[in-house]
Design a protein around this ligand. Sequence first.
Ligand SMILES: Nc1ncnc2c1ncn2[C@@H]1O[C@H](COP(=O)(O)OP(=O)(O)OP(=O)(O)O)[C@@H](O)[C@H]1O
Ligand SMILES: [Mg+2]
Length: 252
Amino acid sequence: MAPPPLLEVADLRFRYGERAAVDGASFAVERAEIFGFLGPNGAGKTTTISCICGLLDGWQGAVRFAGADFRPATVVADRAKVGLVPQELALYDDLSGMENLQFFGRLGGLSGAGLAAAVERGLELTGLADRAKDRVGSYSGGMKRRLNIAAGDLHEPQLLILDEPSAGVDPQSRNHIFEALRRLREQGRTLLYTTHYMEEAERLCDRVAILNEGKLADLGTAAELAERAGVAGSNLEQVFLHLTGRSLRDQA
Ligand SMILES: Nc1ncnc2c1ncn2[C@@H]1O[C@H](COP(=O)(O)OP(=O)(O)OP(=O)(O)O)[C@@H](O)[C@H]1O
Ligand SMILES: [Mg+2]
């Protein structure tokens, strides 16, 4: 029998007061895939991710990891299974890149030679070894994004969740990020990836889910989505607009 998916989210619901931010979302992420989690502003992507990672509690539905209930908010052993690269940069400008990684590594329980090896791997993965001793305040936007990725991945979680890791970076840094993520996939790691760049999702992701107003509009390869939407041969941006409409979001 095939093993269960690495991550299963079933009928997930979360409200901020009266506002239903996630409204019955269901999807599964397979092992060693890059899973694109797409949707317009305010669709509920970050909220869904926060529920999965245990940053938000009080949600309804089910989250399972390799077939077992997943509760990193309360079960310490679950925390090491997932890593988060948050949408907002979470770095200390006054520390160097290396000191940031050492700090986050210690928070994650690493120490000694294990910590040193993890920091070195993170700097190498993200192409920051040459600037490791410089203050992060002196880094470009792309370098900060890359360091943010290294920080989320220090403990080599089975599932790495990246919330818009390429927002506002130039094509050079973006390509570097893609190569790093592909290397992780080749090592058998699983990535859940959020972006607003449709062309990027088409290039990088094995499958994509499109979230719209807290619900899944569709899930599959870009070609499958186009076919199901009755716009076969269209690119992912056209499919995305077809499934989510053209009106502006998040202005309520
Ligand atoms: N802390 C909060 N309090 C109240 N409402 C919130 C809060 N965070 C998000 N929301 C609302 O919940 C909905 C989903 O927001 P969320 O940030 O999950 O969307 P998103 O898909 O990540 O959007 P974006 O692409 O802009 O990052 C939106 O309507 C948003 O305004
Ligand atoms: Mg978001």
